[in-house]
Design a protein around this ligand. Sequence first.
Ligand code: FE2
Length: 415
Amino acid sequence: MKQDIHAYLAEFDDIPGTRVFTAARARQGYWLNQFAMSLMKPENRERWKAGERAYLDQWQLSEAQKQAVLDRDYNRMLELGGNIYFLSKIFSTDGIPFAEACSTMTDMTFPEYRQMMLEGGRSPEGNRSLKGGTDMARITAGVGSSHVPLLGVAVDQGKTGDDYFGPIFKGYEWTKAWEAEQKPDVVVLVYNDHASAFDANIIPTFAIGCGERYKPADEGWGPRPVPDVEGHADLAWHIAQSLILDDFDMTIINEMTVDHGLTVPLSMMFGQPEKWPVKVIPLAVNVVTYPVPSGNRCWVLGEAIRRAVESFPEDLNVQVWGTGGMSHQLQGPRAGLLNREWDNRFMDLLIGDSQEARTIPHIEYLRETGSEGIEMVMWLIMRGALGPKTRCLHRHYHIPCSNTAIGHLVLEPLE
Ligand SMILES: [Fe+2]
C-alpha cells in the first residue's frame, strides 16, 4: 500500500522530545553538519580551537546555527537541521563523552542521566506520543495564604522567630517541609498587584504573566532582597490561549515587576533560597477598583485553569496558590477591623464539596471582613482549580499581623 508522505512525516512530529532527520532538516542543516564533519581532520580541529568564531565564519551557517554551536546548545542545533552523528564531532573535539553530551539535551545533570541509564534507561512508557501516552501536567494541590508585606520584612530582616512573628511563622513550618517533599514544578500564583506593576492607567481584571522572568517591585522602600521569579512561558501561554478560548478575556503580560502579593507567599513557603525552587505563573486579579470579579467568576476561572493545565502535554506537578486577605481594613475610621469567625467559616467552606463560597456577594466581604478583605475572592480561583471536592492537609490562623488576620490553608483535590 502506498503511503501518504504528509501523514508519514506528520507522525514524526508526534514523538515527544525527538527531532527526526527528515529531508527538510537535512537541507536546512547541510552546512552545519558539514562544518561538524570537518572537525574529523586534525588541522581543522587546530584552527577551530584557535578561534571558534573565525572558523565558523568560513562556513555558510545561519547566525542562529553559529550561535547554537558556540553555545554548545545541541537541542537548538538539532532544531536547526543538525544530525547527532555529525554533531558528535563537535563534542568529541571538546573531549566530552557521548553520554555526557546527551545529558545536556535533557533536563538532567550528567550524574542523574548516568544513574537513569544504570537503572535501565528512559522508559518508552509515557514517551511514545504527544497525542496519546504522554504524561500531562496536573494540579496536585492548592495553597491559600495571606501575603501581608510585613511578613516579607520579617523574613528579610531575620525576625521570623521573635515574639511577634514566631507564632505566625510556626504555622507555615508544616507547609515548608511539605513543599520540600512535593517539589512542585510550577505554581500558578494568584495575587493582586498593589499599585506596583499596574498604575491607575491600566486595570486588568485578570492578567496572566507569560514572560520568562520577573523582578521584585520597588514598592517605595526598594525591591525586596529576594531572587528574581522565573516564569514558565510555555505553560503560561498555553493557559492564556486555553482561557481565552474558554471565554476568559485575559490580559497577557510579557514584562512586569512582581510585588509583595507574589513574593511574600514564596518566602512563606520556601524561606530564603538563592533561587526559587519553582517556576511561577503570576495571575494578577483586580481587587482594587470596583466592580472586582465576583466570587463565582473567580471559581469558574479556577475550573478553566484546571482544564488548561490538564491539557498541557508535559509531566508537570502544578500547584495553584490563592493569596491575599484575610479580614483587614486599611482605610478610614473603621481601619483595623478583623473577623475571626467569618474568616474561619470561609476556610471551612473551601474544604470538602461545598459550593457555598462562590456565591458570597462582595457586600458581605466588605461588611464582614473589612474593605481589603475582598482579596479573599482570589482564594476561590485556587479552590475552583481543585475540582469538586478537596481534603485539608494543613490549616493555620493567627491574629494579628500588622492590620490583618493571617490565614493559611493547604488543600488536596480529591477527584
Ligand atoms: Fe494584598
